[in-house]
Design a binder for this molecule. Structure first.
Ligand SMILES: NC(=O)c1ccc[n+]([C@@H]2O[C@H](COP(=O)([O-])OP(=O)(O)OC[C@H]3O[C@@H](n4cnc5c(N)ncnc54)[C@H](OP(=O)(O)O)[C@@H]3O)[C@@H](O)[C@H]2O)c1
Length: 233
């Protein structure tokens, strides 16, 4: 974290040019935070950053960079790429990811990413896409799993959301940072979901939500009831 306080700590969104990354960036930029859009292509990252600035206003702190430059620029990373590209991208970014970084993984191992059905998931040897990410990041980098159950369509809209986000991590500090960020999205509560291995369940829920969206023509999210107020942030 170095000299940066939480407000100035920029957040880089790797694979941010897709709907999920763009939606998360839009919400972060509206909260007044500094966002770096990452892409395999610097020009595409800059275009996406421009589009977000146009929506949020000239005061928005949003820039665009190639993914490895984005990793080098900050120690707070969000990964929003298709599962089929996740492992290769993390291997490529290994030298660029700073020691002590927190990586928030939102990857869902959808069968669609290898040509299968939209509402099915793939088995992942490590247990989940998030655990695969944890295996591939440099030593000393913490992985948290979050945002799987937030619809990109809703994130990209103007309205407050009506969803909870469960955050899983083996590192209490990474979980805490991720929950604090999450709770700034209007209408979203963050809940500590325990260890990273629980990400397997979060990833599966997304497949169910996609199936519900197709069946009922909507944008489903989840709410967890019955926990004490202190569980929600
Ligand atoms: N869409 C949703 O509602 C939603 C909700 C929750 C979670 N998710 C998960 O979030 C992730 C991103 O979703 P999305 O809908 O935004 O996906 P997407 O549009 O298919 O991909 C996002 C970005 O990833 C980059 N990318 C694509 N293939 C890549 C590869 N092989 N290697 C490296 N980068 C690659 C592309 O950026 P560049 O070409 O600019 O590099 C692309 O714009 C997925 O794992 C998805 O399951 C999505």
């Amino acid at each position: 974290m170095g000299h940066m306080n939480n407000r100035s700590r920029a957040i880089a969104i790797l694979g941010g040019t897709g709907p999920e990354g763009t939606g998360l960036a839009l919400r972060r930029a509206r909260a007044g935070e500094t966002v770096i859009m990452g892409s395999r292509d610097a020009a595409r990252a800059e275009q996406t950053a421009d589009a977000i600035r146009q929506r949020v206003g000239a005061s928005a702190h949003v820039s665009g960079m190639e993914n490895s430059a984005a990793c080098a620029a900050t120690d707070l990373l969000v990964l929003t790429v298709p599962f089929a590209g996740q492992a290769a991208l993390l291997k490529q970014l290994h030298p660029a990811i700073r020691p002590g970084s927190v990586l928030i993984d939102a990857t869902v191992p959808l069968a669609q990413s290898v040509g299968g059905r939209l509402s099915r998931t793939l088995g992942v040897w490590q247990g989940s896409a998030a655990q695969q990410a944890a295996e591939l990041v440099p030593n000393g980098v913490s992985v948290a799993a979050a945002f799987h159950n937030l619809s990109a369509e809703l994130l990209n809209g103007e309205e407050a959301l009506d969803c909870d986000v469960i955050v899983c991590s083996d590192d209490a500090n990474a979980s805490q940072i991720t929950r604090a960020l999450t709770a700034k999205i209007p209408g979203v509560r963050a809940i500590d979901g325990g260890k990273l291995e629980n990400a397997r369940v979060l990833e599966q829920i997304t497949a169910l939500l996609i199936g519900l969206n197709i069946r009922h023509k909507g944008h489903a999210g989840i709410r967890i009831t019955g926990l004490p107020p202190s569980a929600y942030r």
